[in-house]
Design a binder for this molecule. Structure first.
Ligand code: 5GP
Length: 239
């Protein structure tokens, strides 16, 4: 059976999610739109959707081979990815190796400071509230997970993924500063990695120059976003 898009399930800031003629499979269509600061800053970048789809496909494939359960099945074309349907856990799992972004702003830790250990944080995936920080008790009160053991599992998976991705990026002469992961439950109730793995939700710095190769180029008005994402994809392809 060839997989076809049937109905638009959801349109987000960077992707459209389509239902398909197979009730267990969805298609993510990566868009060229760029947003930052909870949608306050908006733009378009030609080719960004295709770059994020291709980079995500490479990273999901790598993590699948390392035994990490993910929703990824395959890339359909430049901007479309086929993946399993999952019920989204509304927690953004943030992993940090080096201080930057909101950690530097909120706690005054100078950008670029190597953290003494990998920090895993939870943000509430809720645009209306501006993705506020969550502690474990908030997660339980909001019933975002079933119990504390699931929060421990999310932290365990996040650290394991960080371990594999750090070594992957090291080979590309890139520093993995921080990133956001999302998880969901598949039809059997297993927690799997979902969403995308792209420089829209990873901070990546060139290991020699500390040049920013991620969405901070847009957030900070540095320009050259498509060029930076293309360089990341080229380094992955030449790995
Ligand atoms: P920060 O909390 O410093 O803004 O973000 C930490 C890391 O998580 C960065 O790599 C950033 O790209 C990612 N991140 C956090 N929240 C979001 C979000 O709502 N959307 C996206 N695309 N990335 C996020």
């Amino acid at each position: 059976m060839s997989i076809q898009k049937t109905k638009l399930l959801y349109e987000g800031k960077a992707k459209k999610i389509w239902e398909t003629n197979d009730s267990e499979l969805l298609i993510s269509e990566f868009k060229d739109s760029l947003t930052a600061f909870n949608g306050e800053k908006k733009s378009q970048e030609a080719g960004k959707g295709a770059l994020n789809n291709k980079i995500s496909a490479e990273l999901f494939d790598y993590l699948n081979k390392k035994g990490i359960p993910t929703h990824y099945i395959k890339m359909i074309d430049d901007t479309n990815m086929l993946h399993k349907r999952a019920q989204v856990i509304r927690i953004e799992v943030i992993v940090r190796n080096i201080a930057a972004g909101s950690l530097s702003r909120s706690l005054g830790i100078k950008e670029g400071t190597k953290l003494p250990f990998t920090l895993v944080e939870f943000d509430y995936k809720n645009d209306d509230l501006g993705d506020p920080k969550l502690n474990d008790q908030h997660c339980l009160i909001l019933e975002l997970v079933q119990d504390e053991a699931e929060l421990d599992y999310l932290r365990y998976m996040a650290r394991k993924i960080n371990y594999f991705l750090q070594s992957f990026y090291q080979e590309l002469n890139l520093k993995l500063v921080d990133f956001k992961l999302e998880f969901g439950r598949d039809k059997d109730g297993n927690i799997i990695l979902i969403d995308e793995l792209s420089p829209d939700n990873f901070r990546l710095w060139d290991a020699n120059t500390n040049e920013k190769m991620d969405k901070d180029r847009f957030r900070q008005g540095l320009g050259g976003l498509a060029e930076a994402y293309t360089e990341v994809l080229n380094r992955i392809k030449n790995r």
